[in-house]
Design a binder for this molecule. Structure first.
Ligand code: FES
Length: 216
């Protein structure tokens, strides 16, 4: 599921010049307006299963679920540790029920980012949820629910971070996806992982709230 993306640095018509309004006020107005646009766009993305979606396809990831690619040439294929490049970028995934083979893709809130990092870079809590440096987070931004799509160098540090391009919120995957830049109010929800015979699986429920203030 792809939501509209808004670049706060792009040009934006604000009508006639306002000599009595300072640059800071104009910037605040721009951010608020772009936030409203992005919120409207992403709240419009479907988060509910349709009548013809198979049972379980909108349920949140569950312990024992396998993980499959949600996009690209390998869409639908199982994700193994060998599919991940150390240091990123993240792979986008859906959980899949191993008993029914149902991919839980009927809710966009189920999309997951999986990334492999140096275990020595992870903080203690993050390392406890990881396997061999592989960690997973919700792909839905906690600000207005846009998808987190970018893996880029942080605006406030020298490391790469998960970034939502709607309003530039940045999350540090090494520290539980805590917010390091931008308006997001809280970290991304984390998903504990397990690894058996090279295949990744879900080791427990999401830790933390998934997405923004929207129905799931
Ligand atoms: S939706 Fe606003 S920063 Fe992600």
């Amino acid at each position: 599921m792809v939501c509209a993306s808004f670049d706060p640095n792009s040009s934006f018509s604000e009508g006639p010049a306002e000599p009595d309004v300072d640059a800071g006020t104009r910037q605040t107005r721009r951010i608020l307006l772009l936030g409203a646009l992005a919120t409207t766009a992403c709240l419009g993305c479907s988060t509910h299963a349709r009548a013809d979606d198979p049972p379980g396809s909108d349920e949140r990831p569950q312990k024992g679920d396998l993980l499959v690619f949600s996009e690209g040439d390998k869409e639908g294929k199982l994700i193994t540790a060998a599919d991940l490049t150390a240091g990123g970028p993240p792979v986008h995934a859906w959980p899949k029920d191993p008993n029914t083979a149902v991919v839980r893709s009927a809710s966009r809130l189920n999309e997951i980012l999986i990334i492999k990092l140096d275990p020595a870079e992870l903080d203690e809590k993050t390392r406890a949820r990881a396997v061999d440096g592989i960690i997973a987070y919700s792909a839905i931004c906690s600000h207005a629910g846009c998808p987190v799509t970018a893996w880029v160098k942080s605006d406030v540090g020298d490391k790469e971070v998960l970034k939502c391009m709607c309003h530039n919120s940045e999350y540090d995957p090494r520290a539980g996806a805590q917010v390091v830049f931008g308006p997001a109010p809280r970290r991304l929800a984390a998903l504990p992982l397990a690894l058996a015979d090279g295949s990744l699986s879900v080791a427990g429920n999401f830790i933390g709230k998934v997405g923004a203030a929207q129905p799931g």
